[in-house]
Design a protein around this ligand. Structure first.
Ligand code: 5BU
Length: 456
């Protein structure tokens, strides 16, 4: 089967579509690929499998894997043709995270080639490869049906992967134009669209808003990435600890509803401290309702959070309406979305976290970053890599020593947090329950800053 035939058949079955499509990123694309239905065309699938088998037969591998769902049936046929054993990773995360994520039998130390349907950024293929590697397999080769990336081959090479592809986007456009499947005008639009996308990848759109910039400048000027979580229940203790620690912190995180003796004067005093000691204010309210309700919770009630907190925490769970409700008509305020909480057994799985980042990217004018926690620097780095450029990662669940508390809080060390890419650490009891909160704050601040400065 010639590649040209394959392109035309994919167009025939509607796997390649032209029109106007809104992508996950919010971009409008003049084309759309969805190869899922391919499996219902046996003659196409079969020819395709022989074509792939021919292209990879000389590569060095013992196992074949297909990424579910689309590429798995294709890989199954290829494995059969080449008489290679098939393995794959389940798509759904197991609720209780057992290690049994790989289906099929394999010998650790063997090489496996991974087949996927599409590649754009390479991110998901590399992630899959890492999972296999963790299970003891060696991964050096990828094969994709359609490569619509911006020359991702070079970047993958640097990471030690070789990418082969059946067809590239340019080839698809050329073949469809030659066969009068798309007009000259459409071809032009597609070319424009892809060159814009390429441009965007190259220059890397920045999602930093005005408030994010203020916080970043303060981190630099104050030489501190420490956010103090001052969770005490009375004003006296609150201001006593603040007085001693304020010079070390870049931002103060509050749970204003913990105070037994809240009065509007508390806010007046808090603002004075913020000016005197040059820190920003962050109310960890964790909004999680429909837009109309959070709008009132943010502006009204006894706390009137909107009037004094530069940032608030927000759950992306209810959908975009929550951000619309909170920030509609408001400037000079921003938020952090909860992407991966520090509490053990939290229900934020990989897919959820990824969707949170997508929401934050779309609403970057009112989202400054994400609250993320991981138990190791390595795990944290994976989260950091997915965060849109310019936005921040704040990490709670930090202490000088790792460990946990009685109700599921998990602690990672300052060093692991910063090594993993945290822009700021959030520390509560590590400081406020220390014998001397002042020296504790100084120690957290210095440890974090030293590591941060090294750019690790
Ligand atoms: P700690 O005393 O350092 O455990 O306090 C951590 C603070 O950060 C506390 O106010 C929590 O409510 C907050 N927090 C957290 O611990 N984990 C999370 O995932 C989020 C917030 Br979001």
């Amino acid at each position: 089967m010639k590649k040209e035939y394959f392109i035309l058949r994919l167009h025939d079955i509607g796997a390649i579509k032209f029109g106007e499509f809104t992508l996950k990123s919010g971009h409008k694309s003049p084309f759309y690929f969805d190869l899922r239905d391919m499996i219902s065309y046996p003659e196409l699938l079969n020819k395709l499998a022989y074509l792939i088998a021919d292209e990879i037969k000389d590569a060095d591998f013992e196992y074949i894997s297909g990424v579910p769902y689309t590429a798995l049936p294709v890989a199954t046929l290829v494995a059969d043709i080449l008489d290679k054993p098939l393995i794959f990773i389940r798509k759904e995360e197991k609720a209780y995270g057992t290690k049994n994520d790989i289906i099929g039998k394999f010998e650790p130390g063997s090489k496996c080639l991974i087949i996927d349907d599409l590649i754009t950024t390479g991110e998901s293929l590399v992630e899959t490869a890492e999972k296999f590697k963790k299970a003891g397999l060696e991964i050096t080769d990828f094969y994709v049906l359609i490569d619509r990336s911006n020359n991702i081959e070079n970047q993958l090479n640097k990471l030690g992967y070789k990418l082969r592809s059946l067809i590239k986007l340019d080839k698809i456009i050329e073949v469809l134009k030659t066969n009068n499947r798309i007009s000259g005008e459409q071809k032009k639009r597609i070319k424009e669209f892809t060159s814009e996308l390429k441009h965007e990848v190259k220059t890397g759109k920045n999602y930093e808003n005005h408030l994010t910039k203020l916080l970043k400048d303060k981190i630099k000027n104050k030489k501190s990435n420490l956010i103090l979580s001052l969770d005490v229940d009375n004003q006296k203790d609150f201001f006593q600890i603040l007085e001693k620690t304020a010079k070390h912190i870049v931002m103060l995180k509050t749970h204003v509803d913990i105070l037994n003796d809240f009065t509007p004067e508390f806010i007046v005093k808090l603002k004075e401290y913020a000016i005197k000691y040059d820190f920003m204010i962050f109310e960890d309210r964790k909004f999680a309702d429909i837009g109309n309700t959070v709008r009132k919770q943010y502006r009204e009630g006894i706390y009137k959070i909107k009037n004094w907190a530069h940032f608030v925490t927000v759950h992306a769970l209810p959908g975009e309406g929550i951000l619309q409700g909170l920030f509609d008509g408001i400037s000079n305020r921003s938020s952090f979305l909860l992407a991966k909480m520090s509490s053990k057994g939290n229900l934020m799985n990989e897919t959820y976290t990824r969707n949170v980042f997508a929401t934050g990217e779309k609403y970057a004018d009112v989202v400054s970053g994400y609250i993320c926690h991981a138990n190791t620097a390595e795990e944290l780095k994976k989260l950091k890599n997915k965060i849109p450029k310019g936005q921040l990662m704040l990490m709670p669940g930090v202490k000088l020593q790792s460990g946990k508390d009685a109700t599921g809080q998990q602690y990672t060390t300052v060093e692991e947090a910063i090594k993993g890419g945290a822009d700021c650490i959030i520390v509560g009891r590590g400081i406020i329950e220390a014998e001397n909160p002042e020296t504790a704050a100084k120690e957290y601040r210095e440890r974090a800053w030293k590591m941060y400065k090294q750019g690790v």
